[in-house]
Design a protein around this ligand. Structure first.
Ligand SMILES: NC(=O)c1ccc[n+]([C@@H]2O[C@H](COP(=O)([O-])OP(=O)(O)OC[C@H]3O[C@@H](n4cnc5c(N)ncnc54)[C@H](OP(=O)(O)O)[C@@H]3O)[C@@H](O)[C@H]2O)c1
Length: 339
């Protein structure tokens, strides 16, 4: 049986979800994959840092956070030093996303790669800003950097396009890549005003207190840049996006689909025009027979136009603790496969 040692940096919603999943699937991973996973470090600037070379008891860590609101009082870790010096195989980088700088996550990822560790991450900042650099660095250092959870969380999307459909050429992508906007637009189709729909989304935990990244299309835009660069060979930056969100929409602009026969969706798209790949985020009215028209609530979806299969659409959860943790597990198993 192979034993992989993990360091978890970021122990928030997704970090704890991943810990729960690893604990729940311990026997399954041993039986089905002949794989043991040991977490030897958990690092979090709010919840504290624990290092145990014999493996941290994951249930203890989860119970401790629930009971005490922290796992230790070490809140000022030297994260880069720990990543470089500790002896582990895979860094799970699960800290907050900064789409302007990609930091501190990009430095954590580079530090891990340079010290010969594989990386799995759900953070959109690093691949949106430095995908090629990080992938080349990983190759030079003989390790693997995977980031499946950055788009559609655990619903296969990046690995669907790059691995499961290997050999096909993705010629265009259209997606519903932000569940918060999809939820709000659906409520508006029922006649609810934008502000009321947003505040319900916040009460339900779908939208942040500051919803700007979602409702102005930055989140969906970052994801379509990642997809276009990874699956269509583009070299785009977030500043290349032609972007508009949903915040300015009035009730008149979001029609009742029972009357119009059209569904209003925030669509992120990448397509080639005159040899150039363009990425865009904006509101579109879709005919009901478009597969994306039937994507309801906080679900996400992506349609890939391909040269061999025609259109392929995948629909599934785009966020959530366990759904995003699943992407880390998928990435971890893909690394295990290649060792
Ligand atoms: N939640 C989802 O459904 C979802 C889906 C797809 C992708 N993601 C991505 O996954 C990542 C984690 O999301 P999340 O929902 O788990 O966020 P979260 O609940 O805010 O957790 C992130 C944790 O990492 C800590 N942290 C920040 N900087 C750190 C550092 N320098 N060293 C160690 N720990 C640090 C955070 O502390 P602070 O409170 O100080 O920041 C927080 O406790 C984000 O990049 C997010 O965009 C999330």
């Amino acid at each position: 049986m192979r034993n992989l040692r993990l360091a978890l940096v970021g122990f928030g919603t997704v970090g704890q979800g991943f810990t729960k999943l690893l604990s729940r699937k311990e026997h399954y991973l041993a039986e089905e994959y002949d794989l043991g996973v040991e977490v030897t470090a958990i690092v979090d600037t709010v919840l504290g840092t624990v290092v145990d070379h014999d493996g941290i008891d994951l249930d203890w860590a989860l119970e401790k956070v629930e009971k005490d609101g922290e796992i230790s009082d070490d809140k000022d870790p030297d994260t880069v030093g720990l990543i470089r010096e500790e002896d582990f195989d895979v860094l799970a980088e699960i800290t907050f996303t900064d789409i302007e700088t990609g930091e501190p996550a990009t430095s954590f990822i580079k530090g891990a790669i340079r010290s010969g560790k594989h990386v799995i991450s759900t953070n959109k900042g690093p691949p949106a800003l430095a995908m090629t650099e990080l992938e080349e660095l990983a190759e030079e250092n003989g390790v693997i950097y995977r980031y499946e959870g950055t788009v559609l969380s655990g619903t296969p999307c990046i690995n669907l396009g790059s691995e499961a459909m290997g050999g096909t050429e993705v010629t265009a992508i259209r997606g519903i890549l932000n569940g918060t906007c999809n939820y709000i637009l659906e409520e508006m189709e029922k006649g609810t005003a934008y502000e009321e729909a947003l505040s319900t989304a916040q009460e339900l935990g779908y939208a942040e207190a500051d919803p700007t990244a979602d409702v102005e299309g930055f989140d969906a835009g970052t994801k379509i840049v990642i997809l276009a660069n990874k699956l269509m060979g583009a070299d785009l930056k977030i500043s290349d996006l032609d972007r508009s969100g949903i915040s300015g929409l009035t009730g008149d602009e979001v029609r009742d689909p029972d009357e119009s026969g059209l569904k209003t969706k925030l669509i992120a798209s990448a397509r080639e025009d005159d040899g150039e790949i363009n990425v865009e985020v904006g509101v579109e009215e879709l005919p009901v027979d478009d597969p994306l028209a039937g994507v309801n609530g906080v679900l996400n979806a992506a349609t890939f136009a391909t040269d061999t299969l025609g259109d392929v659409t995948i629909i599934g959860p785009g966020a959530g603790s366990e759904a995003t943790a699943q992407s880390l597990l998928t990435d971890l198993l893909a690394i295990n496969d290649r060792l």
